[in-house]
Design a protein around this ligand. Sequence first.
Ligand code: SF4
Length: 399
Amino acid sequence: MSTFKSYKKRLREAARDPKISLALERAIRSFRKNIDEALRKFPHTLELAEVVRRIKEESISRMEELVQQTCQTIRENKGEAFVARTPQEALGIIDNIVGSGKLIVKGKSLTGEEIELREHLQERGNEVYETDLGEYIIQLLGSKPMHLLAPAIHVPKEEVARLLSQVSGQEVPPDIKTEVATVREILRDKFFRAEVGMSGANVVAADTGALFQIENEGNVRLSSSAPPVYIALVGMEKVVATIEEAFKVAEVTWRFAGYAVPAYVNLVSGPSKTGDIEKTTTYGAHGPKEMYVIFLDAGRSQLAKDPDLREALYCLRCGACLYECPVFAVTAGHFGDKYFGGIGAIWTAFVSGDLIKAAPLAYSCLTCGRCKERCPMKIDSPQMCLELRRRIAEESKPV
Ligand code: SF4
């Protein structure tokens, strides 16, 4: 079956799946209520989003320089930093740090999904636990994430109860509170026994080397502080010049993710340290003794040079556009693979380095423009999908 035919079949099946429609209907309703409330409470967010758009324009135009500066700053903070030009290079660097046979706890990371990090680490003989609740459900299902921020958006509580009953060996009822408590119980000792913790970052400040991690569950906080070694994998596009700018990017990101304020914003800039004995700075206090940051290029520097598609790099990964997308509303993450929706088409084309791979997504976009209306960066994904289609047609032209 051709790629297109099997993709269309998947979309049709997803659109008829009652579990997907039930879970999405609940999620979309709740997201819209949350974001409306958050924006009503903090109306300055809309103006702040315009400021952040300008910050992203400037930082993407200086991406390479800012990433190099960040690496330098992280080293000054006694961490180690690398730039990986390809997924293979990133995985190689991680292999050198981790080795095999380790217990690893991992926060949700789209960049990790992009390079299939968990699968790779498991193949190397490591025991890896996804610690984001949704991502943990996905790991148990042996499935793939269906949304940037809510990977298990398509799984209703009844299905979660069935999975957790299997894993815990006791009957877990389809009650969300009990389900959350069960996962907490299962993962609790993994955090403290893990030899390596991993996560991504939402934004990084070049001047201080500070990684910002926005979260609600506390799992990223534990993954980046309990194990003795911490590794962050971050897309190059996440770097901005100053910590002040990073705060602005972070606020707009969480607000458009539907939160008035998240439970936690972690700032990590180096290994843990203390100066409490004779004012002598010593590394490796209660948190990690070692910290490594890997910045992934994988097509991003090429995208930054593309005047028609560059704005895809301004994406904050807030996920708001997906809740407005009529195709996503009936198919969930089947409209994409790792990167979803119209914006996902551009990302797929560049990170895979294969225009044709992005064709199913570019052609499923209805170009209705609802995503652009909701997007804090006003990214014109429909227009970029049209441009992508033009390039795909050009590339597929018989010679
Ligand atoms: S395209 Fe816009 S709305 Fe969608 S995830 Fe990116 S920043 Fe958020």
